[in-house]
Design a protein around this ligand. Structure first.
Ligand code: ZN
Length: 292
């Protein structure tokens, strides 16, 4: 199945800035995550939803060097999920148990809430390049990601938001996308009502993408009568930024004794990046150089 637009993220305003909107297609990057981690269907949907929110929250950051890290831990079989996004549209993520799977739920849908679990927290760490990162945390509502982030924005950022994310996955990801709608303080009541009325449409975003509807066409339909204006477009991408020197720095933080043990017991170190599964091997001589 094809989707007419490739991965894309649009930032819009409605009604001359009364409402801020992020809307995105993330089909390719969700598929890339599935392949990278050899994930089950439900795990793909779970991580795909988190990556989709992550792409939009990355776009909320203002300057280039910063990042936002999303962590979801709900006590379900998938274990912890992590996503790290940057404002340039790059993102990486992983699930502790990528093969976790459950039967379809009572609605006949992938049981994302079940695989994530509902007893736990959602944590957002925003590194703004300041001394202290901003950390926000809320309890999970349903483990379905969309509702959990809507609750997070309302309670932790005092920015009531409508959040909808969806991933359709069979053998591979056929459609993935989402939106975040944030009315600014003082937004007119009529606009809020109109947006609320269209919530059932927004919930069908991934189905519309699967049918091949272009993102711009969806924006026209979703925000008809609300003067949508596109402010920015970026192409989101799954990309890991690990490298050898970063791995070496991580090793150094383990301390001298730990590194000496690695030399003695293993004759070197084997490290695998959680985000892309790239393997790094450091010979004993390289480890000795790190100690010095
Ligand atoms: Zn990596």
């Amino acid at each position: 199945m094809s989707n007419a637009t490739g991965d894309q993220l649009l930032t819009l305003t409605l009604l001359n800035g009364e409402v801020r909107v992020f809307i995105c297609v993330t089909t390719r990057l969700a598929e890339e995550a599935r392949r990278t981690h050899a994930m089950s269907r439900t795990a793909t949907a779970a991580l795909g939803r988190l990556l989709t929110v992550g792409i939009m929250m990355g776009a909320m950051l203002k300057t280039g060097g910063d990042s936002v890290t999303l962590t979801v831990k709900g006590g379900g079989p998938i274990g912890q999920l992590v996503a790290v996004a940057r404002p340039d549209g790059t993102i990486k993520g992983y699930a502790v148990n990528p093969k976790a799977e459950l039967p379809l739920n009572e609605k006949g849908k992938l049981d994302v809430g079940g695989v994530i679990g509902r007893q736990g927290q959602l944590t957002v760490i925003r590194d703004m390049g300041l001394r202290e990162p901003y950390v926000g945390q809320v309890n999970l509502v349903s483990g379905e990601i969309g509702e959990d982030f809507a609750y997070y924005f309302t309670t932790s950022e005092q920015a009531p938001s409508l959040v909808s994310v969806g991933v359709r996955v069979g053998e591979r990801v056929t459609a993935s996308g989402g939106l975040i709608i944030q009315p600014m303080p003082g937004c007119q009541e009529a606009a809020l009502l109109l947006l609320e009325m269209r919530v059932p449409d927004y919930a069908e975003l991934s189905a519309a993408l699967e049918r091949g509807t272009a993102l711009e066409a969806l924006c026209e339909e979703y925000f008809e009568g609300l003067e949508p204006k596109i402010l920015a477009r970026i192409t989101p991408e799954y990309r890991c930024d690990c490298n050898r020197s970063r791995i070496e720095r991580a090793l150094v933080t383990l301390g001298r004794d730990e590194i000496e043990d690695m030399i003695k017991l293993q004759g070197g170190a084997h490290m695998t990046c959680h985000f892309c599964n790239h393997e790094y091997t450091l010979e004993a001589a390289e480890l000795r150089a790190l100690i010095d």
